[in-house]
Design a protein around this ligand. Structure first.
Ligand SMILES: Cc1cc2nc3c(=O)[nH]c(=O)nc-3n(C[C@H](O)[C@H](O)[C@H](O)COP(=O)(O)OP(=O)(O)OC[C@H]3O[C@@H](n4cnc5c(N)ncnc54)[C@H](O)[C@@H]3O)c2cc1C
Length: 466
C-alpha cells in the first residue's frame, strides 16, 4: 500500500481483514495523510480537537491493531514492474517487493503563477490549511485567501478560528457559478450546512469576497505585501489590498508519480482539468496487479477516499481468491450506493476548481517575466517563446525550457505549461499531452544512497605501472 492517507489505511485494514499480508508505506511520521494528519504536540495545545483530529486518532488506532506492517517516514522514490519499490528516508534506503501495488498517494495542490508568487509569504491554500491544523501556526497576521473552490472558505474560516485576520477572499468563480451548483450541494445537507455557516461568518466579520477575480501581482513592501487584484476577464485592476501572507491555490489534482512510472493508462478529465489513471470502481488499472485508490484516482475528498479505500481492499481480496464474486458484490453494493451520491456533489465542487485559461493569460499579459517553473527558473515569457519557436507538446516544451526537470518533477509547473501550450497552439489539453515521469519520484539524499562509511574503507585504485 503506497500512501497512508484515509484511502490507503482503509484499503490496508480491509485487505488484512480478508487475510492478506499487507505493508503500508507512507512518507509522513505517522499515518493519516492530508486530512487526518497527526497534529504536532504544539498544535494539540493551541487548537481544539475537531472531527478530523478525532477521526485521525481513531484511524491510527485501527491501523495499529490491524496487523498491517507499517513503514512510516519512508518515501517511495522509484518503482519497477513486478513490483520493486525503492524507499528512502533522510538517512537510509531499502527495497520492498510486492505481488500487488496500490497507489494511494492522494492529491497535490494546483497552482498558477502571478507576479510576486515566489515571495516566502505566499503559500498554497491546502498547505496553509495543514500549517494551521497540523502545526498550529497561522500563515500570517493578515492573510489574503485566493484561488478557487470550497477550500477558500474553509481556509478563511480556519484563519479566523486561529485568531488571525482575513483581509479578503479572491475567488476565480463568480457568484453565478456558485449559485448554479447550489441545488447539487443540497444533495449533501451536512456539507451545505457547513458552507452556509462559513459564508454567514465571513459576512458577519465584514470580509470582502471578490468573485471572478485573480491576484495580478504581489509586491513586497517594508513589512507586508501590496497586492493588486484583477478581474478574470482582464481590464483595469479591481482592488488593491495589503496583507502579510497569501494563501493561494486552484484546487487539487491526483498525484500520478507511481501510475505514470508504471505506464498505466491515464485519461484527461475535462470538467476537473487534470489527468487521472483509468481504473474500475475497485481501483484496478490496466496494468496487472496495479490498483489506484483515494484522491489518486481522481480528487473527490476525504469521505469518498475512505469508501474507495474499503472497496479496493475488498477488490484485492477477491483478486487473491479470499472471497467469491457473490461476497464481493454483497460487500460492494452499499459502498457503491454511498459513492454515487457523493460523486455528484464532489464533481460539482471539482468543476469549480477547474482553472480557467484566463489565469495564465492574465499572468502572461501583465507579468511575462514571472517564473512559471521555480526549480529551473523558467519565465512565462521564455515558455511562450519556446512554443513560438516550435515546442509543440509537453515533452518538447520540457526539453526546450527544462520546465519540469527540477526537484518538484513538474508538480508545480505542469498545469501552467499545459495551459500555455493549449492556448498558444489552440489545441485541447489532451492533445498537448503530459510530462513523461522520470526518476526519482522525489528527491533522495545522497547520504541515504551512500550509507555510512569510513574514508579508510574506500579502496583507492592503484596507479598504472609506468
Ligand atoms: C495539502 C493538502 C491539504 C488538504 N486539506 C484538506 C482538507 O482540509 N479537507 C479535505 O476534505 N480535504 C483536504 N485535502 C484533500 C485530501 O487530501 C483528500 O480528500 C483525502 O485526504 C484523500 O485521502 P487519500 O488517502 O486519497 O490521500 P492523502 O490523505 O493525501 O494521503 C496520501 C498519503 O500518501 C503519501 N505519499 C504520497 N506520495 C508518496 C510517496 N511517493 N511515498 C510515500 N508516501 C507518499 C502522502 O504523504 C500522504 O500521507 C487536502 C489535500 C492536500 C494535498
Amino acid at each position: 500500500m503506497a500512501g497512508g492517507g484515509v484511502a490507503g489505511v482503509m484499503a490496508a485494514i480491509t485487505a488484512r481483514r480478508h487475510g492478506l499480508a499487507v505493508t503500508l508505506v507512507d512518507d509522513n511520521a505517522t499515518p493519516g495523510g492530508q486530512v487526518f494528519r497527526e497534529p504536532s504536540a504544539f498544535a494539540r495545545t493551541v487548537t481544539p480537537p475537531d472531527h478530523e483530529r478525532r477521526e485521525g486518532d481513531r484511524l491510527r488506532e485501527l491501523l495499529r491493531r490491524s496487523g498491517v506492517r507499517v513503514l512510516s517516514g519512508w518515501g517511495i522514490w522509484s518503482v519497477q514492474p513486478g513490483y520493486r519499490l525503492d524507499l528512502s528516508n533522510d538517512f537510509a534506503v531499502q527495497v520492498l517487493e510486492a505481488g500487488s501495488l496500490v497507489a494511494a498517494t492522494g492529491a497535490v495542490e494546483r497552482f498558477f503563477p502571478f507576479a510576486g508568487w515566489t515571495d516566502p509569504a505566499v503559500m498554497g491554500l491546502a498547505g496553509a490549511s495543514l500549517l494551521m491544523r497540523a502545526g498550529g501556526v497561522l500563515p500570517g497576521r493578515r492573510t489574503l485567501v485566493a484561488g478557487a473552490g470550497p477550500l477558500l472558505f474553509s481556509v478563511a474560516h480556519q484563519v479566523l478560528d486561529a485568531g488571525g485576520e482575513v483581509v479578503a477572499i479572491v475567488d476565480t468563480a463568480t457568484r453565478t457559478q456558485w449559485a448554479a451548483r447550489a441545488a447539487t450541494l443540497a444533495l449533501d445537507p451536512a456539507r451545505l450546512k457547513t458552507g452556509v455557516a462559513w459564508m454567514a461568518r465571513l459576512a458577519r466579520a465584514g470580509i470582502p469576497v471578490l468573485g471572478g477575480a485573480v491576484i495580478r501581482q504581489a509586491r513586497r513592501g517594508e513589512d507586508d505585501l501590496d497586492v493588486t487584484i484583477g478581474s478574470v476577464r482582464g481590464g483595469a485592476p479591481v482592488r488593491s489590498v495589503r496583507c502579510d501572507a497569501i494563501a493561494c491555490g486552484y484546487g487539487l489534482k491526483p498525484s500520478l508519480g507511481l501510475t505514470r512510472m508504471l505506464k498505466a493508462r491515464h485519461v484527461f478529465d475535462e470538467a476537473a482539468g487534470y489527468w487521472h489513471p483509468h481504473a474500475d470502481p475497485f481501483g484496478r488499472t490496466d496494468v496487472a496487479g496495479l490498483y489506484v485508490t483515494g484522491d489518486g484516482a481522481g480528487v473527490r475528498g476525504a469521505q469518498m477516499a475512505r469508501l474507495r479505500g474499503i472497496l479496493t481492499g475488498h477488490g484485492l481480496a477477491f483478486d487473491h481468491g479470499r472471497i467469491d464474486a457473490a461476497t464481493l458484490a454483497h460487500l460492494a453494493r452499499p459502498l457503491l450506493r454511498a459513492m454515487r451520491r457523493l460523486e455528484v456533489v464532489s464533481r460539482a465542487m471539482t468543476s469549480l476548481m477547474n482553472p480557467r485559461p484566463a489565469i495564465m493569460k492574465e499572468a502572461e499579459m501583465h507579468a511575462p517575466d514571472t517564473l512559471m517553473c521555480r526549480c529551473e527558473r523558467v519565465s512565462i515569457a521564455a515558455g511562450g517563446q519556446a512554443i513560438r519557436d516550435g515546442a509543440g507538446d509537453m515533452n518538447q516544451f520540457k526539453a526546450w525550457t527544462r520546465c519540469g526537470m527540477g526537484p518538484c518533477q513538474g508538480r508545480m509547473c505542469e498545469d501552467s505549461a499545459r495551459q500555455l501550450l493549449a492556448r498558444h497552439t489552440a489545441r485541447a489539453p489532451t492533445e498537448v499531452g503530459a510530462f513523461t515521469q522520470r526518476l526519482p519520484l522525489r528527491p533522495v539524499p545522497v547520504r541515504a544512497l551512500s550509507g555510512n562509511f569510513a574514508y579508510a574503507d574506500i579502496v583507492l585504485p592503484q596507479a598504472a605501472p609506468p
